[in-house]
Design a protein around this ligand. Structure first.
Ligand SMILES: NC(=O)C1=CN([C@@H]2O[C@H](COP(=O)(O)OP(=O)(O)OC[C@H]3O[C@@H](n4cnc5c(N)ncnc54)[C@H](O)[C@@H]3O)[C@@H](O)[C@H]2O)C=CC1
Ligand SMILES: O=C(O)C1=N[C@H](C(=O)O)C[C@H](O)C1
Length: 256
């Protein structure tokens, strides 16, 4: 059986170095290129990469993906910063590259993907919903991509259920004290030494609180998802948003 030819972009970073090790350890994959900042993207095509894992920075990811899609290299993307505009741009580029697939995974860890699903399921039952995400202080973006996506899913579920704005009597105080609003869902970002990646989704109703919490204690927690994405993306042309699409969750009752 021929091995999948895989490249990692951002290979010197916290996630990239972990991904390099994971790909090297996978029996069905061959690491053909490991690119750092300043390395030319042509290395990908010269090395015959079939899939590129993108783990760099929100400022770099769109150009890297533009190159990959133009050259028919599938993308497995963990880098954050994907706005609706960026996703639309990417969809447009993919439309001109039939057969090429890109997975945008706000979070590769199975537990975080399930957190998002459970939050979406719970959202319609509670009048209040807020998110607290907690990360290491070297993280470039806030809120986290996972928290932003979770908030979008919660907001969609609230809207579908006909829930209005959340109760909140705040009329003054310090700017920022109520967090950032993502589609009307407050998101609070903590940056603290010692943390890796953590999230709490808080729901409040009449006399009860539901807290859904997930903790990534090591970056190893993301690697099964990275490898799954690499294995599946070749069979998924176009844009796939979220690892859940490769976890067969849609056919089960988790799909609330
Ligand atoms: N989806 C997920 O499950 C996860 C996503 N992330 C995201 O992945 C991204 C990277 O995170 P970390 O590894 O913690 O950051 P990091 O700063 O440790 O690593 C990023 C690496 O990319 C390199 N880089 C920057 N621009 C580049 C370019 N144009 N070409 C090649 N390399 C370039 C940097 O030199 C650095 O080595 C962030 O956006 C982060 O939020 C992080 C953890 C999990
Ligand atoms: O930068 C990180 O570390 C992480 N980034 C992703 C995000 O922004 O959601 C995924 C995970 O939370 C770790």
């Amino acid at each position: 059986m021929s091995k999948l030819r895989v490249a990692v972009i951002g290979a010197g970073g916290r996630m990239g170095s972990e991904a390099v090790r994971a790909v090297e350890a996978a029996d069905d994959m061959e690491l053909v290129a490991a690119l750092g900042r300043g390395d030319k993207l042509e290395t990908l095509t010269e090395a015959g990469a079939e899939v590129a894992v993108e783990l760099t920075h929100p400022d770099a990811v769109m150009d890297n993906l533009e190159f990959c899609v133009r050259h028919g290299v599938h993308g497995v993307v963990g880098t954050t910063g994907f706005t609706a505009e960026r996703l639309a741009t990417l969809r447009g580029r993919l439309a001109e590259a039939p057969g090429t697939g890109v997975l945008i995974a706000p979070n590769f860890s199975i537990g975080a993907v399930l957190t998002m699903r459970f939050a979406r399921q719970a959202a319609r039952f509670f009048e209040s919903a807020e998110i607290v995400e907690l990360h290491h202080p070297r993280k470039a973006d806030a809120p986290s991509g996972t928290a932003a996506r979770t908030a979008e899913l919660v907001a969609e579920a609230r809207a579908a259920a006909g829930l209005g704005p959340q109760p909140d009597a705040t009329s003054g105080g310090l700017p920022g004290a109520r967090g950032a609003s993502v589609d009307g869902v407050p998101v609070h970002s903590v940056r603290l030494s010692g943390l890796v990646a953590h999230q709490e989704v808080l729901f409040g109703g009449d006399g009860e609180i539901l807290t859904i919490r997930h903790d990534s204690m090591t970056r190893g927690s993301f690697m099964p998802g990275v490898l799954l994405g690499i294995r599946r993306i070749g069979g998924a042309p176009g844009l796939t948003l979220g690892l859940e699409h490769f976890l067969d969750l849609h056919s089960q009752d988790l799909d609330g």
